[in-house]
Design a protein around this ligand. Sequence first.
Ligand code: N01
Length: 536
Amino acid sequence: MGNDPEVLVIGAGFAGLYTIHRLRGLGISVHGLEAADDVGGTWYWNRYPGARCDSESYYYCYSFSRELEQEWEWSERYPGQAEILSYLEHVADRFDLRRSFSFSTRVVAAEWDGDRWVVDTADGTRWTCRWLVTAVGCLSSANVPDIPGLESFAGTWHHTGQWPHEGVDVTGQRVGVLGTGSTGIQAIPVLAASAGHLTVFQRTANFSIPARNAPLSASEAAGYKADYPAIRAVQQASTNGHPFVVSDVDTLALPAGERRDLFERAWERGGLRFRAAVREVLTDPAVNDQASEFIRSKIRSTVRDPEVAETLLPRDHPFATKRPPIDTEYFETYNRSNVTLVDVRADPVAEITPDGVRLASGAEHGLDVLVFATGFDALSGPLLRLGIRGRDGVALTDAWAEGAATYLGLGVAGFPNLFTITGPGSPSVLTNMPTSIEQHVDWIADLVAHLRARDLDAEPTPQAQERWAEHVREAADATLLPQAASSWYLGANVPGKPRVFLPYAGGFARYREMCDAEADAGYPGFALRERRRASA
Ligand code: N01
């Protein structure tokens, strides 16, 4: 194969590993390039304290191998970062996948030369391939805000998505956390437990639901293993790829007491099941108001200082229109004497000084360690930094200057034989990721096999791409999701990023059916071209 496999895959997380396995199974020559020195993707990089998945372990895993499902033992309801990384390492060993990867190999450019993709890596190696598959994740491009003075900071600073492997000892230190999204909400209670003092800089107050994490008992694990066929069927038919169905109870029609009981039971169960317990929470503003107010009442009753509680109350967006975090003792953490909440919407960060953070009012917060839990340049960011150029040398950065546009989130007009696993315009981050990843990999594998058998190249037609963009907009507009003005779903967290609602909000099952229909009809949304042959 040398440096010229038929397919190159970029990334060795959930998506890259399965792509290698699936394409190898079809007898297609395939190789993976990975910037990290081992497998894991998101779970390789995000080693911050408290990092844990908010899908439950029994379904945050592959479904392609019944044997794998039966043999792997999860230890907790929600798997921690180290356990998920061990799982992916096990998958790599079990299916002998590492031999198909070059690690510590960062892609810096990928150009379609009219016949093949020419891919350059940071170490100066050149690869070529006929099909290029990106498995770079949706949340892998760290967003470190451009705050004046960062270089002068005398302490240490870290972005949670690039956390040092050796860990960061914050014992007795003055620690600051900027950001209260899912990551900040997981890290804050853990950091508070060992920091001397923790200062949380909050720009947008967030809703959060207790995770109710607990060890997974042997009988629960055995029950899930016995039920896997049914569990997988529910996931495939679901909106979010989770194995639970959305309640059919009309909460608006319930007497107030019964409604409160319903919310209380859902709160006790915890996790993302809370959202599923409230029918139409993302489409009916009146339903959402009730759920939002219920959560605000929980914050008020948990946080002892009424002023702090007031600052923590989310008011600028409806519940779940930003990705709903789930937590372990997040709001309780503000009752600790070593934790201070700072509202940086009221008094924004002006600069970072050698000693810490200075606010616009002039107030200073001395810090030894500053943690940026400030999220990612989501969905499009990881693709844009690959240096991709398509037909006629057009850069993806130019093609997407007005916002990311794809067909089905799987390919981009003008970029032949490029397939994007969980790209912008796919359900991806609105779903349980392994479920969406497996669906994409299977679909792309079938398409590559189809093209290979007929000696064809493929790229989405501009018309299909435009229709899909319209449909993605309509699907988002049919929900309350676009109402969260500061959401990374819209690209709002990255200054200058075009405001386009990036994931497809029409539901996983419906999306899967559309992808299947596209394949069954012979890929009408793609221009299929006979291979250009070298002239005799
Ligand atoms: O990032 P975020 P995240 N000054 O973008 C703030 C997945 N995930 O890493 O809302 C001050 O959600 C920003 O404020 P605002 C999950 O899909 C999953 O937490 O923009 N503050 C916000 O509070 C999740 O949604 C899991 O006003 C600034 C925070 O930083 C996604 O990853 C765990 C700022 C960023 O929140 C991203 O979550 C963790 C600035 N200049 C993550 N810039 C699980 O599976 C940004 N902020 C459990």
